[in-house]
Write a new protein. Structure first.
Length: 460
């Protein structure tokens, strides 16, 4: 059967909408995995705020698993779409088989390499004696489902890049719906607390993974799951392509760790745990910003890669124009919602009036410059989508460097709460440099693709 979308022939504006919106909605629903957990946990009687801080400390673990899934899924997806654009389905299937192998191997390595060191890791991530027990329960249970998390996220990218955005969205929605139903059952009915929240998430991710695997083993996918033809060259190419999103997410991981550590250090014994709880709520809101935004910019990479592979560079240019518009429109909407609906969002997690006020103030600070962030996401993912990882990696690292300098410098000068201003500073300086680089180099890259210079060495 044909794909939902003909990436090389359908109207560009319609394609962008048909691919970006399901990808965005899928990622928006995916946010519910972590947010629903945190909402229910924050409302556990007597211990909700401490339990929420403990689960917030585990945020880097969830991000770490996601970064490995992106290393393989986002690394393989542009290669699959480019090969499809070139008409080379045989090589596209070879990429797929190597990606499946890596997802299985990496899941084993993650569990074996992380689980024995959970105690020092959690304290490093910002746990205190009061919150460690909750963090350890969630950490251990969640890590047991690493294979399902990697398969659900990584393989989903390999579905979307083939033009099946609605299938990708359906897999995410299946998992999120299950999580919403199972969370209160395991947390309250079975009285399992934070461990129950993690188990509910693992079961939900297993359902999403099964859905994606079933699709890729069926007859609809042009590039299905196959086995064999494993190649170190292909593996290296996938890892090189996926290195940028992997590093971005991995550094985001370190940023959460650094933020929690800074808040504990400068907040002191009296305020540190409260500030970590506050940051957990803020990071939950930022997931609502960044994950659907990444769904738009990342989900449309297959469209860019396919047409780049087919040397239809005018379609690449038109697609990027519409994708940027969607990204900026989304971040503008979230800028307004942060101010209008922020208090309602905060009250989902805590009923403490002082903590609610601090969290809302921090959300307003962190979203001051999210509108330019829409440009940053699309341009960086656009470079990755056409295989130009040297640009996307450098631009992403620049924005993260600005954040890290700010996160350590601001609290030292102005106190613990000043750490939240690191986000808007990086959201301004990052897009400024990215936009300049885009206008300097993207036109040349597309022209070179459209009119390649003959290599006279070939065949010599």
């Amino acid at each position: 059967m044909a794909a939902e979308n003909d990436l090389g022939k359908d109207n560009i504006r319609s394609l962008v909408w048909r691919i970006a919106i399901p990808s965005m909605l899928g990622q928006f629903v995916s946010v519910l995995y972590s947010i629903v957990d945190r909402i229910y946990i924050g409302n556990i009687p007597q211990v909700g705020d401490l339990a929420l801080a403990g689960v917030g400390v585990c945020g880097p673990v969830v991000t770490m698993v996601g970064s490995v899934a992106s290393l393989i899924g986002v690394g393989g997806a542009p290669l699959v779409s480019i090969r499809m654009g070139e008409g080379n389905l045989k090589e596209a299937r070879r990429v797929m088989s190597n990606c499946v192998l890596m997802l299985c191997l990496f899941s084993l390595v993650l569990v074996a390499g992380i689980l024995p060191f959970r105690k020092p890791m959690l304290y490093l991530f910002g746990a205190s004696d009061a919150t460690y027990g909750y963090a350890e329960e969630y950490f251990t249970a969640y890590l047991s489902g690493t294979l399902f998390a990697l398969a659900a996220t990584g393989l989903n990218q390999l579905v979307i890049c083939q033009g099946f955005a609605k299938v990708g969205m359906a897999s995410v929605m299946l998992g999120a719906a299950l999580n919403i139903v199972l969370d209160p059952l395991f947390i309250f009915t079975f009285d399992m607390g934070v461990r129950g929240a993690a188990i509910a998430t693992v079961i939900s991710q297993a359902a999403s993974a099964a859905f994606v695997v079933a699709f890729l083993l069926g007859k609809r996918a042009p590039v299905p799951i196959t086995f064999g033809r494993y190649s170190l060259r292909v593996i290296g190419r996938v890892l090189a392509m996926g290195f940028t999103p992997f590093v971005i997410i991995a550094i985001d991981n370190v940023m959460i760790i650094a933020m929690n550590a800074v808040l504990q250090q400068y907040g002191g014994p009296g305020e540190g745990d409260a500030l970590v709880t506050c940051n957990t709520i803020v990071q939950s809101f930022m997931l609502v910003v960044t994950m659907p935004l990444g769904g738009i910019s990342g989900g449309t990479q297959g469209l860019l890669g396919y047409n780049y592979g087919a040397r239809q560079v005018d379609r690449v240019r038109k697609a990027q124009k519409y994708i940027v518009g969607l990204c900026v429109g989304y971040t503008a909407l979230l800028f307004l919602l942060a101010r209008l609906a922020g208090p309602l969002f905060v009250r989902l997690f805590t009923q403490d009036p002082d903590l609610s006020r601090q969290a809302f103030d921090a959300i307003k600070v962190c979203t001051l410059a999210i509108i330019p962030l829409g440009v940053q996401y699309e341009l960086v993912d656009g470079f990755t989508g056409i295989g130009q990882v040297r640009f996307s990696l450098s631009l992403s690292l620049w924005r993260k460097l600005v954040y890290f300098v700010s996160i350590f410098l601001l609290p030292a000068l102005f106190g613990a709460r000043a750490a939240f201003y690191a986000e808007p500073i990086s959201d301004v300086l990052g897009p400024l440099v990215t936009t300049a680089v885009y206008f300097l180099f993207m036109g040349r890259l597309l022209e070179r693709r459209a009119h390649p210079v003959p290599d006279h060495r070939e065949g010599s």
